[in-house]
Design a protein around this ligand. Structure first.
Ligand SMILES: [Fe+2]
Length: 266
């Protein structure tokens, strides 16, 4: 995206919020979360991206639209364009401050929450080569994924047979697991896409399930770093495990939250 396009988008943001989504002191309403990010370590281009995203989401809410995967099509198209433009602008500017949130683990990929509010969550996931997710859903949320560093491979699936009945199943020894049921529905592979830095992908449950993996031949070391925006924040995720004939319901966790390490949750 050229600088003219970015400038036009920022002008649109300014116009969109003039007199509509600003508090009396002129700061955006979404700035209630910005008070936490004013310190030296919580400022910079990535926090500016977060604040700009807040404005884009607040704009749709100010117009009366609900934000979820059943959103009004025109409202979603506007939001999708805004999110994509802001993320691309951050990447094309060559910012690297996201690296302060980068944490890799030799055994599994690592989730790091940058910031969240009631409308969306912004996070960075770190994947060593060969690490990947299970096939999973995204509840009622929008999901944007963009590699910031390296390359990723996404496999998309659809459910072709929901199976009959539902019975409790063995639960895997993972943090945040709430339940497991059997059977796992039949998953049909739809497509595989390889995405590089700056490519903004989008998914929701109405389109497909997916799994994401950092390929063994990723050109960067030790793997890839991806930026994720989920709206609304995802509180429950379904993991589809055909090999165990079960679906696992899990509460997503983080290794770091706002730059601080939590206990053993990923
Ligand atoms: Fe996902």
């Amino acid at each position: 995206m050229g600088e003219d396009t970015i400038a036009r988008f920022r002008a649109w943001i300014r116009r969109a919020f003039a007199g509509t989504a600003s508090s009396q002191d002129g700061s955006p309403k979404a700035g209630r979360t910005a008070s936490r990010i004013g310190s030296a370590t919580r400022s910079g281009p990535l926090m500016q991206l977060y604040e700009d995203l807040c404005k884009a989401f607040a704009h749709e809410k100010a117009l009366g639209y609900a934000i979820n995967n059943a959103q009004d099509p025109e409202s979603f198209a506007r939001l999708d364009a805004a999110v994509s433009a802001l993320v691309r602008a951050y990447i094309e500017a060559g910012h690297t401050d996201y690296r302060r949130y980068a944490n890799f683990n030799p055994h599994h990929y690592v989730r790091n929450l940058i910031e969240e509010n009631e409308d969306f969550e912004l996070m960075i996931l770190c994947w060593q080569k060969g690490q990947g997710s299970r096939v999973h859903n995204h509840a009622d949320s929008h999901g944007w994924l963009t590699p910031l560093y390296g390359e990723m491979v996404e496999h998309q699936y659809e459910v072709t047979d929901a199976g009959s009945g539902e019975a409790p199943a063995d639960v895997p020894p993972l943090p945040g697991v709430l339940a497991a049921t059997s059977p796992c529905p039949t998953l049909r592979h739809l497509r595989t896409t390889r995405v590089g830095a700056g490519v903004v992908t989008y998914i929701n449950d109405r389109l497909a399930l997916h799994s994401v993996r950092c390929p063994d031949d990723c050109p960067t070391e030790p793997g890839g770093i991806t930026l994720h925006i989920y709206s609304p924040p995802i509180r429950r995720v379904k993991l589809y495990e055909p090999e165990s004939d079960r679906i696992v319901l899990r509460k997503p966790g983080f290794f770091t939250v706002r730059g601080r390490k939590l206990r053993e949750k990923h």
